[in-house]
Design a protein around this ligand. Structure first.
Ligand SMILES: Nc1ncnc2c1ncn2[C@@H]1O[C@H](COP(=O)(O)OP(=O)(O)OP(=O)(O)O)[C@@H](O)[C@H]1O
Length: 250
């Protein structure tokens, strides 16, 4: 079960030091993260921006226990050195404390919106009745009350992304990772999504880490970190504007 004791706004949710990740490319190794230090705080929407191939997704994967770095450590919540845990414990940590939102939605085609969210909650140990109640609330919170019983094929791209967000938020994660969450959406739906991420940080105290190409999303951020070629080249705090508007792509 999820612990409900969130870190306070401003506390560190993640502190990583000296992360190095290399991939083999033919006979050589390419260093994709070059001794990256990174931290993220509860209550912050932290944007990670940088060109294609700069290492953003690799960084998220190393921070969340999905991809083992060759060097460095990740301290997160009450865990010292995540990568020292067994893979079962890392999976459990992720299930209990982390939410994920990806560009491709990652929904199960056969399940209704309600079932997509319920399934994760049942995995976490909620009873079917409790899972149904919590899933319904999470979907209502993202404005999908009229769509609870639709399968992905009957939903628009924006609605699908909102299901994915409801699924990630239903367990009230202390850390929320979003990788290009708006890139497949038009301006109006992109705005709904970024506002939900903003709210997860401000109202639920989650540390929200959002990888994006889209400089327009900076408006909502508390902090903007720029990464280039595996190195953090800039790290600025800013005052978010939760009422900013995102012009449509189209
Ligand atoms: N499993 C892998 N094997 C080999 N190389 C990889 C692997 N994963 C990523 N890379 C390489 O590492 C580099 C960084 O990739 P990464 O996906 O982290 O970048 P990114 O900043 O997220 O890019 P994008 O914005 O295009 O998603 C790229 O050059 C990529 O080709």
């Amino acid at each position: 079960m999820t612990t409900k004791s969130h870190g306070k706004h401003g506390d560190f949710a993640i502190e990583a030091k000296g992360l190095v990740k290399r991939f083999k490319s033919g006979k050589a190794y390419v260093e994709v993260l070059k001794k990256v230090d990174f931290d993220a705080r509860h209550g912050d929407l932290t944007m990670v921006m940088g060109p294609s191939g700069s290492g953003k997704s690799t960084l998220i994967a190393a921070l969340s226990g999905l991809l083992r770095p060759e060097e460095g450590r990740v301290d997160t919540l009450d865990v010292d050195d995540l990568w020292k845990l067994s893979s079962g414990k890392i999976d459990k940590f992720r299930l209990d404390h982390c939410g994920f939102i990806f560009q491709g939605f990652n929904l199960f085609p056969a399940l209704t919106a309600l079932q997509q969210v319920e399934t994760v909650l049942k995995f976490q140990g909620l009873t079917p009745a409790a899972a149904k109640k919590r899933a319904t609330l999470a979907l209502e919170e993202v404005g999908l009350k009229p769509r609870l019983h639709q399968r992905p094929s009957a939903l628009s791209g924006g609605e699908k992304q909102r299901v994915a967000i409801a699924r990630a938020l239903a367990k009230d994660p202390q850390i929320l990772f979003a990788d290009e969450p708006t890139s497949a959406l038009d301006g109006e739906n992109g705005q709904i999504v970024i506002r939900l991420l903003r709210r997860a940080a401000s109202e639920h105290g989650a540390a929200v880490i959002c990888v994006t190409h889209d400089p327009r999303l900076e408006e909502w951020a508390d902090r903007v970190i720029k990464i280039e070629d595996g190195i953090i080249i800039d790290d600025q705090r800013r005052t978010p504007n939760p009422n900013a508007t995102l012009a449509s792509h189209h």
